[in-house]
Design a protein around this ligand. Structure first.
Ligand code: C5P
Length: 224
């Protein structure tokens, strides 16, 4: 049998995009496929962790051996994550919408001939990583992601302290095919340093990250 260094540990992983309703048929969304988050949930389970995956709307299958909770909006995702506490590990991979429609219409908004388009007013969504990073039942290890298009490491370092995370996995989403694609090139940023991994399949990034997490919880000096 494969070694199970995360046996007895509970993990919460968020994955995918969120959908923020504008009216019953329209929503705000993004290009996240859920591939990276789902792969991380599966990789943690493979190392023996008891994993709850909180997934936004995706077209990929629920991973085997993981309890998957399906949500739509950021506010639903936060509620599901808080419900899954306490945990030892939180890995917030979801591409949560920063903004939602300030008030979503109960009825489909109708286009009327000759009328100007309606304004789309936005309200700020809760920051799930930040609230878990500062939570009264904060998991021992809190991991966030940073999808940036420039200054990747600098933004990640800022995010580390602001959001109360122990590790930020930063990736450059300006590279073709990262968002929604099968491969990812990441830089791991902790308070102690940074380490860049080569371009890898998202399942390989997930396996390495799960091993990094197991090492970090066992008190072994992490590579970063
Ligand atoms: O601030 P930014 O969106 O770049 O932060 C990315 C990290 O924060 C990711 O780990 C993402 O899952 C998390 N996040 C969140 N809730 C939000 C926005 C981001 O959990 N509303």
């Amino acid at each position: 049998d494969a070694p199970k260094p995360l046996q007895g540990k509970r993990a919460i992983v968020t994955s995918g995009p969120t959908h923020e309703p504008i009216d019953p048929v329209r929503y705000i969304a993004n290009r996240s496929s859920g591939r990276q988050g789902h792969a991380i949930a599966a990789a943690l389970a493979k190392l023996g962790a008891d994993v709850t995956l909180v997934s936004g709307p995706v077209t990929i299958a629920d991973p085997d051996g993981v309890a998957t909770v399906h949500v739509e909006s950021a506010r639903e995702m936060l509620a599901a994550v808080e419900k899954a506490l306490p945990a030892d590990i939180a890995v917030m991979v979801a591409a949560v919408a920063d903004w939602r429609a300030a008030d979503s219409a109960m009825q489909k908004m109708k286009k009327k001939p000759g009328e100007a388009p309606p304004p789309l007013l936005l309200a700020e969504n809760p920051d799930i990583l930040k609230s878990i990073g500062h939570h009264q039942s904060r998991p021992a290890l809190v991991v966030g992601f940073a999808a940036e298009t420039s200054n990747v490491e600098a933004y990640a370092r800022d995010k580390l302290s602001r959001k109360g995370a122990d590790l930020i996995v930063a990736n450059d989403v300006s590279k073709a095919g990262v968002m929604g694609g099968a491969r990812n090139a990441v830089t791991l940023v902790t308070k102690d340093g940074a380490e860049t991994w080569p371009d890898l399949d998202k399942t390989e990034v997930a396996a390495r990250l799960a091993a990094w997490i197991a090492g970090s919880l066992s008190g072994a000096p992490a590579a970063v």
